[in-house]
Design a protein. Structure first.
Length: 449
């Protein structure tokens, strides 16, 4: 077997028990120049968070490439408007780089607002805007005044940090909307669902669980999102934050200003979905029937999917998986979900995990699992081969790695169209994994780096 060498500066972001015994992960740092990180830029981080707000205008202030890179970036469904799916751009060129892009931004905003009549507009700053120094906030203030809708700058210059900084920039823009809507009809047992993006309709499934429990969902941020729902999110009594990275910033801000507590949740896998629902039920001890309604829901949903999951497990027992996704919280859930269907994780990693996340990941994984932070294609290829994985779970950038190496792939990122969350989603996930891992095509390929 040919060994792919690692970059020396990257060694502390890789834990391979075979190579070193102590667990010490360097993380939460900028990507190494020249490493060809799998990570997306700050702008992309903001774009993925705000994209599902379907009745808002999303204008990318930058060269056309930035807009093309994030065009229709999520499989996030809307039950109404589809404005979010358009990728508007100011298409900056040499002229604006020399003389400034503010007049072009002003003109684009006025034209688009007149044409599409959005409820609000988000204006994303890209790398070049940070370099030439356009005063995006001033243009937004002027247009908001003239047009009478919120026009929100998203300070997401691509080079200024990691994808996580993009999440924060998006949360800052959202936070300026929260608190501006009417909350008089909101019940005491009410929540906001944060960090849920309605990929393939997942937010609809999760919202339905809560409604069956008797919990009012004030807003989902940002899946199937509406500007008016965001504006009244401060009326909920609890924030339930999915995923470790994307929207914890907003939950923290809402806790500080409005005193709304938050809990973390994951809806991937039976175990974590049930835990999320029970945790929310436990938050409302004064509701006499909520615990019982939650137990009934979980019992019915689990009973509906278990027979097929057991059958699938019979075929997958002992197979090996590599998991590399954006947020570490999702990795935790995937490790448990894969165990349920008989598989073990031999590689685990994320783009945005912090030290606590990696410590937890280490505790969940088998002792010989390789753990990586902010990996690149060569590292992933090396460990997938060394660990003899049968399956790679990742996103659009990991798919070609898996197929070139000759192993099954499951898309668990925001581009997918299949709902994988909740009880029903667990069954979809298991079926997808089963289909790809047991495909006869892999037997016809020679696996080489
Ligand atoms: S913001 Fe910068 S890094 Fe991000 S897509 Fe645009 S040019 Fe590339």
């Amino acid at each position: 077997m040919r060994t792919i060498p690692l970059l020396r500066e990257r060694e502390k972001q890789i834990f391979d028990k075979a190579g070193n015994g102590t667990f010490e992960m360097a993380c939460d740092r900028h990507s190494l120049a020249g490493s060809v990180s799998q990570r997306a830029c700050v702008f992309c981080g903001s774009r993925v968070v705000l994209y599902p707000i379907a009745d808002a205008l999303h204008l990318v202030h930058g060269p056309i490439g930035c807009a093309a890179y994030t065009w229709d970036i999520r499989g996030a469904l809307s039950s109404g408007p589809q404005l979010h799916r358009m990728s508007f751009s100011t298409d900056l060129g040499e002229r604006e780089v020399i003389f400034g892009g503010e007049p072009r931004l002003y003109k684009a905003l006025c034209e688009l607002i007149a044409t599409y009549r959005p409820k609000a507009a988000f204006v994303y700053s890209t790398c070049i805007v940070g370099i030439i120094g356009d005063d995006v906030a001033a243009v937004c203030r002027r247009v908001a005044r003239e047009q009478g809708i919120p026009v929100l700058p998203v300070h997401s210059e691509g080079f200024k940090g990691t994808k996580k900084d993009g999440y924060k920039a998006a949360c800052d823009a959202l936070f300026s909307l929260v608190g501006t809507g009417d909350i008089t009809d909101i019940a005491a047992v009410s929540i906001n669902i944060l960090g849920e993006f309605n990929i393939g309709g997942e937010a609809w499934m999760i919202r339905q669980y809560y409604e069956r429990m008797g919990v009012q969902v004030v807003s989902v941020l940002t899946g199937d999102g509406r500007v008016d729902d965001v504006r009244r999110a401060h009326g909920a009594t609890l924030n339930v934050v999915q995923c470790s990275g994307a929207m914890t910033f907003l939950a923290e801000q809402m806790k500080e200003r409005y005193g709304i507590p938050y809990i973390r949740a994951s809806y991937f896998g039976i175990e974590d979905t049930a835990q999320a629902l029970y945790d929310v039920a436990a938050h409302f001890p004064d509701d006499p029937g909520i615990r019982e309604r939650t137990e009934t829901l979980v019992r019915d949903e689990v009973a509906a999917v278990m027979p097929e999951l057991r059958h699938i497990r019979g075929d997958l027992e002992g197979k090996r998986a590599a998991v590399y996704v954006g947020g570490a919280f999702k990795v935790f859930s995937l490790i448990k979900a894969l165990r349920l269907i008989g598989m073990r994780v031999v590689l685990a990693g994320s783009q945005t995990g912090n030290a606590d996340d990696y410590a937890h990941m280490r505790a969940l994984c088998d002792p010989d699992t390789v753990i990586l932070d902010d990996a690149n294609p060569l590292e992933l290829s090396r460990f997938v081969i060394e660990k003899q994985a049968d399956l790679f779970i990742g996103g659009v950038k990991e798919r070609p790695i898996a197929y070139k190496l000759g192993l099954g792939f499951c898309d668990h990122n925001h581009e997918r169209k299949t709902p994988l969350a909740g009880f029903e989603g667990m069954l979809h996930f298991a079926k997808e994994v089963h289909l790809t891992v047991t495909s006869p095509v892999w037997a016809l390929l020679r696996r080489t780096p």
